[in-house]
Write a protein that binds this ligand. Structure first.
Ligand code: HEC
Length: 212
């Protein structure tokens, strides 16, 4: 028989018989430690995260946890890390940007489509170069001034919302799923932009022939 008590006395399971269970619903995020009142050495903790905290953690783990899905070093200088990692989540776990903007998308020996353990192709990560008929995906990595794809935040939001080509006035981007991405909230788009500002710069865009 055990009885589990929260260290902050938020809950007390009472005495539990073998195989009995105890449920506690959390309405706040945080780390909650507990111990057994009979065997004080038996301790544990429960971590409760908000939806955004969960997305931020996954976005960070993609780059920093093992196995590394994306072995790059981010430039966090002057940036809110939470925004960067949320952007990582949106780009890497939801947006599928890598499918069109990295060529080839996966590192040698790490192509999940071949049953290999997944790892993005870090040296050409988001450097573009994939051909879609007459169109080639753009290099999204930061330019010399740190602007991803050489665009300002205002240009970025505008192209994601309206498809307006930032380099050719009057032209509309034809391949980019901007009609979908454009429905993101302002703050999500800002997180994507902040993340793209923090990834390593790749100067040489791969040739379309390099893509499978
Ligand atoms: C289906 C393929 C595809 C996907 C998915 C995709 N893109 Fe693109 N993107 C392109 C292509 C191709 C271009 C070049 C312009 C065009 O659409 O013809 C482009 C252009 C861009 C540009 C304009 C850059 C410039 O210099 O003109 C930005 C910024 C961009 N993409 C960001 C993203 C982001 C961020 C994501 C993920 C959230 C993403 N793209 C997902 C295919 C894609």
């Amino acid at each position: 028989m055990e009885t589990f008590q929260s260290c902050l006395t938020l809950w007390d399971s009472g005495t539990l018989s073998t195989n009995a269970s105890f449920t506690k619903l959390f309405d706040k995020s945080g780390k909650f430690t507990y111990h057994c009142a009979i065997h004080p050495g038996m301790t544990g903790s429960v971590t409760v995260r908000t939806a955004d905290q969960t997305r931020i953690k996954i976005g960070k783990d993609i780059i920093t946890a093992n196995p590394k899905r994306l072995p790059i070093t981010l430039n966090l200088s002057g940036k809110d890390p939470n925004k960067v990692y949320l952007g990582s989540y949106i780009v890497n776990a939801q947006g599928g940007c890598v499918d069109c903007h990295s060529c080839p998308s996966y590192a040698a020996g790490h192509n999940p489509y071949l049953g290999e353990p997944k790892q993005f192709n870090a040296p050409v990560y988001l450097a573009g170069g994939k051909a879609f008929g007459p169109f080639t995906s753009a290099n999204l990595t930061p330019d010399n001034t740190g602007k991803p794809a050489g665009v300002t935040l205002a240009q970025f939001k505008n192209l994601m919302r309206t498809g307006a080509d930032p380099h050719v006035p009057g032209n509309t981007l034809q391949v980019m799923p901007w009609p979908v991405y454009g429905m993101m909230s302002d703050s999500d788009l800002e997180s994507v932009y902040t993340y793209l500002s923090s990834i390593p710069k790749v100067t040489t865009q791969p040739l379309p022939a390099a893509c499978p």
